[in-house]
Design a protein around this ligand. Structure first.
Ligand SMILES: *[C@@H]1O[C@H](CO)[C@@H](O)[C@H](O)[C@H]1NC(C)=O
Ligand SMILES: *[C@@H]1O[C@H](CO)[C@@H](O)[C@H](O)[C@H]1NC(C)=O
Ligand SMILES: *[C@@H]1O[C@H](CO)[C@@H](O)[C@H](O)[C@H]1NC(C)=O
Ligand SMILES: *[C@@H]1O[C@H](CO)[C@@H](O)[C@H](O)[C@H]1NC(C)=O
Length: 333
């Protein structure tokens, strides 16, 4: 008997503790129609562990360490930084990022899974009357901004990107693809699929999400062209199934509250209003550069805010940013 118990204990231990598949209670359509992501073949910056970002960084405000921050910072106490600077807090790499610490590169998928890390948060917002928005939030430890006329512009530590699938009575109707400060919406019918799952192409370095493979020029905000001066590159690189290792939550818009589907999923980190990477390095920092002093062309920009800042309670499929929400019925770049 003892032998059998030990055997079970050993078997349980062999499973990586970070591996997370959908707990019971998650509606079946959430995983059934979840996006399948093609990473860019030559992108060195893969999906990364959400929790590990906290052990590889320390919280700063105005480039000064927050001395009374909890130590260690965890996904259970990260929200305590809201009282210590909130939106002014930057989780700042402990090791100078220009020395290429390995955590920036994340984990490449094996058999579609980023093994040993949890790099996705799935957040379900039930609007009532059968309307449900499911957000698939992807985390990468580093964003490589891209090469503009041989200048690198827009690198930053931490990168949150997402898809949102809108459901009516459990049937998918539309898909949102986040890209830089905005993105594109398509009807579910329009997008390419693997079985019934929408296909997503994650761009080299920026991890912007596109509905087709190839080159995407995004020089003009909200107008994607097949080529131009500021391009994102996507291809059919390694397949990543974000649902194989994810945290699953509900979001209640009336109370602005997140809840996990099981007791072992950390929740509090979702309330953190600060940034998931270093603040923009000042001009006098030797790491920083720009194109002929033009504002907005800095090599390094500040780290992004997290899922709570992505308009989780939308009227349209697009976030409400004053632009028209075009629900595309034709695939494009
Ligand atoms: C950061 O520094 C600026 C300029 O010195 C100051 O105005 C601001 O209040 C500081 N912010 C915090 C949160 O300390
Ligand atoms: C990986 O995902 C693709 C696309 O959904 C699927 O066809 C394939 O069977 C998956 N491979 C494994 C090992 O799960
Ligand atoms: C992809 O990103 C890497 C840096 O992360 C860069 O060296 C490479 O040139 C990029 N590829 C393309 C096609 O832009
Ligand atoms: C959430 O979105 C719905 C639209 O689906 C809207 O009616 C409701 O007022 C929003 N709730 C909050 C708290 O903004």
């Amino acid at each position: 008997m003892l032998f059998i118990i030990l055997l079970f204990a050993a078997a349980a231990k062999a499973v990586p503790l970070t591996k997370r598949q959908a707990p019971s209670g998650v509606p079946s359509y959430v995983t059934e129609y979840a996006p399948i992501v093609y990473l860019y073949s030559a992108d060195p910056y893969r999906p990364s562990d959400i929790g590990a970002q906290l052990s590889n960084t320390q919280p700063q405000v105005n480039t000064t360490l927050i001395s009374d921050a909890p130590s260690p910072l965890t996904l259970d106490n990260l929200n305590s930084l809201n009282a210590l600077g909130g939106p002014d807090v930057y989780l700042t790499s402990i090791v100078d990022i220009t020395t290429n610490p390995s955590y920036l590169y994340g984990v490449g998928p094996t058999d579609n899974e980023t093994e040993g890390v949890v790099s996705t948060a799935v957040i379900v917002n039930d609007h009532g009357s059968g309307l449900v928005d499911v957000f698939y939030m992807y985390f990468y430890a580093f964003n490589y901004g891209g090469d503009y006329f041989s200048f690198i512009v827009g690198d930053h530590v931490g990168d949150w990107e997402h898809n949102m699938v809108r459901f009516q009575d459990g049937t998918p109707t539309a898909v949102w693809y986040s890209q830089h400060s905005n993105g594109e919406a398509f009807t579910y019918e329009t997008v390419q699929k693997s079985g019934v799952r929408p296909i997503v192409f994650s761009a080299n370095g920026s991890h912007a999400n596109y509905a087709i493979s190839g080159t995407h020029d995004h020089t003009i905000p909200d107008v994607n062209l097949p080529e131009g001066p500021i391009e994102d590159y996507t291809d059919e690189g390694p397949i990543w199934d974000p649902t194989l290792s994810a945290y699953y939550y509900t979001y209640d818009a009336d109370t602005s509250t997140f809840a996990a589907y099981d007791d072992s999923t950390p929740v509090n980190w979702l309330y953190f209003t600060g940034h998931w990477g270093d603040d923009e390095y000042p001009e006098n920092d030797p790491r920083q550069s720009d194109i002929f002093g033009i504002d907005g062309t800095q090599k390094y920009t500040g780290g992004p805010t997290g899922p709570e800042d992505k308009q989780l309670n939308r009227t349209d499929v697009c976030p409400d940013n004053g632009d028209a929400c075009i629900l595309r019925v034709v695939l494009g770049p």
